[in-house]
Design a protein around this ligand. Structure first.
Ligand code: DQQ
Length: 586
């Protein structure tokens, strides 16, 4: 099945990569959500097409969904709110959809919780967060659009409280008339949104709001004693030039010991901090690890954390506008992220829905202290059904091994590969340093796809594959050696061959995995669910999610293979793969 890539097309590939990066910035696929297309917003959904709907990822019954909002735990239920268009399958008419769950996997749908109804949110109820005030009293602060002009709308922050605290479903929310409580005090009224969960110290509640000034990303810090009257701090909480608008900022403490999460107000000796911003221009979520200066109320990234487009991402694929919360029951920090469709607007309208939430992930600090680890919440494992196991199976150069006996379109696949030597690793090409650093891994994955023969790798999975491999989504590793005798592990999730439909956005997503190869092992877990492949390398060091739309590899016509297209033999030390039951979602 493998075809050798011709070296002469290298420069052409380089050009294609650059063009695809550019198109990435211009509204294709996972791109901008604030384009107002009135004629599409209210295309009522007649019938939802099932073919690409997911079996165990969160999505509403129909219509458009984007950012996860205000995840929280209250009186026995996890709550998830989300940006929702009740009138159509494209972005617009935004309200807060609402569902509740006992396990964050099975969900009960409720009526939208916050909808435009007052002068302070007449044109939309945009993203926001929940804070649980003392006495177990949740309060939501969200962005209300108070005027359509200037585009994408005049923004201010408003609050909402439950109408009935004894209702564990928190069905009804009140938006008091003293809103908005935080108005923009600068000219940039249309770039002032997405308040975070508040934290408490030095006698004040504090929260940050995302913004920009020209191309400088900014988060403003606000303080309050009573949660109603908020005062802007003199200095921004954090700011970075040349990154564009910081949407959906998130800020939270993380323990430098163990994997437990911390309440957002936690202070202490063994505490580091995470700052995340969703960059409107690139449409990825970037984070840094750093410290929080309590005296100045400022965040300072560690010098081991790159701040900006070349920094760490939660996910190197389709994942945006994420938000975390502290789960007080299991003492963990949970990350929610939205995966937009990669299909066209007209395809979304035709199928009657758009947008999924990725599986909630537990996040904690890597022992190095320099990055986060992420892993699907273990409640997901309750959906595991038929199981296949393999161990000590050899994959020779150019071979594929089919994984049979499970439902491969709705599966959880966990595999560890081993190899006996690093000698055959390909030389890392110095020319690649000419790629913009933020797109380096993606660009190499674009040039060195699964069919391009290598030394140590590519090896991995061919997910959602049609019988003659006209379509497949490969998820794989490829190992390079650099001139200073170090190794670089590239991890790719390549949608390019995923579908014969030419209209889709089919990026070759990639990230590097910071791993010690002395054990000569690499592990991979992929959650496959019809139109999404969510993959975790090395226990969650690097994560990539791809949205894909095969036309042949659907339902029982889909296959799953292990493959090796490197000259070094690879062993499957262990593979556990399960069919996943369909969750009760909305
Ligand atoms: N989506 C919301 C905004 C936010 C953006 C609007 C991020 O509040 O900045 O639906 O996807």
């Amino acid at each position: 099945m493998m075809r050798v890539f011709n070296r002469r097309v290298w420069s052409l590939a380089l050009l294609i990569c650059l063009l695809s990066m550019l198109s990435n910035f211009h509204g294709k696929g996972v791109m901008a959500s604030h384009n107002v297309h009135l004629r599409y917003q209210t295309n009522n959904v007649e019938k939802v097409k099932q073919v690409y709907r997911t079996g165990y990822h969160f999505q509403p019954k129909k219509n458009w969904m984007n950012d996860p909002n205000a995840p929280m735990y209250y009186k026995g239920f996890y709550h998830l709110f989300y940006q929702y268009n009740p009138k159509g399958a494209v972005w617009g008419n935004i309200v807060w959809g609402h569902s509740v769950s006992k396990d964050m996997i099975n969900w009960i749908p409720l009526e939208p919780a916050i909808v435009p109804s007052k002068p302070f949110d007449k044109y939309g109820c945009w993203s926001g967060s929940a804070t649980i005030l003392p006495g177990d009293k949740p309060v939501i602060i969200y962005t209300g659009i108070i005027n359509e002009k200037p585009e994408p709308g005049h923004q201010a922050q408003s609050y909402a409280i439950p109408a009935n605290y004894s209702d564990p479903y928190l069905r009804k929310w009140i938006k008091p008339d003293n809103n908005p409580i935080i108005k923009p005090i600068h000219e940039n009224v249309s770039s002032f949104r997405d308040p975070t969960t508040a934290w408490f110290n030095n006698g004040h509640w504090k929260l940050i709001v995302g913004s920009k000034n020209n191309r400088r990303g900014i988060t403003y810090l606000y303080r309050s004693r009573d949660f109603i009257k908020w005062t802007k701090a003199k200095h921004p909480f954090h700011t970075k030039k040349d990154v564009g608008m910081w949407e959906c900022p998130d800020f939270y403490p993380i323990s430098s010991q163990g994997t437990n999460g911390l309440d957002t107000s936690t202070l202490g000796d063994n505490v580091k901090y995470v700052f995340k911003a969703s960059l409107d221009i690139t449409r990825f979520d970037y984070y840094t690890i750093g410290s929080y200066n309590l005296v100045k109320d400022k965040y300072v990234p560690d010098n081991t954390s790159v701040d900006g487009w070349a920094g760490l991402r939660y996910d190197y694929g389709n994942f945006y506008a994420s938000k975390t919360f502290f789960d007080p029951i299991k003492k963990r920090r949970i990350l929610w992220g939205w995966a937009n469709e990669s299909s066209t607007r007209s395809e979304d309208i035709a199928k009657g829905w758009a947008g999924i939430q990725l599986i909630p992930r537990k996040v904690w600090l890597d022992p190095s202290g320099h990055k986060l680890l992420q892993w699907p919440i273990n409640e997901l494992e309750r959906l595991r059904d038929q199981k296949i196991e393999l161990s000590s199976v050899k994959i020779n150069k150019g071979d594929t091994i089919e994984v049979k006996g499970i439902n491969v379109v709705q599966a959880d696949v966990d595999v560890t590969f081993t190899f006996s030597s690093l000698d055959k690793a390909e030389l890392y090409d110095k020319k690649w340093e000419n790629f913009p650093p933020e797109d380096l891994a993606k660009s190499i994955c674009g040039i060195k796809g699964a069919t391009v023969q290598g030394g140590l790798g590519p090896f991995g999975l061919l997910t959602l594959a049609s019988s003659k491999l006209e379509e497949y989504t490969p998820v794989f590793f490829r190992i390079f050696k650099t001139t200073n005798k170090k190794h670089k592990v590239l991890f790719c999730s390549d949608a390019t061959p995923s579908s014969i439909n030419k209209n889709e956005y089919k990026p070759s997503f990639g990230g590097f995995v910071d791993v010690d190869l002395t054990t000569k092992k690499l592990s991979l877990r992929s959650l496959i669910d019809h139109s999404v492949v969510e993959s975790f390398a090395e226990g969650g060091k690097t994560v990539i999610s791809s949205r894909v739309y095969p036309t042949l590899a659907i339902n029982e016509n889909a296959h799953l293979h292990l493959f090796n297209n490197g000259s070094e033999i690879v062993m499957i030390e262990r593979l556990n793969a399960w069919s996943m039951k369909t969750a009760h979602i909305n």
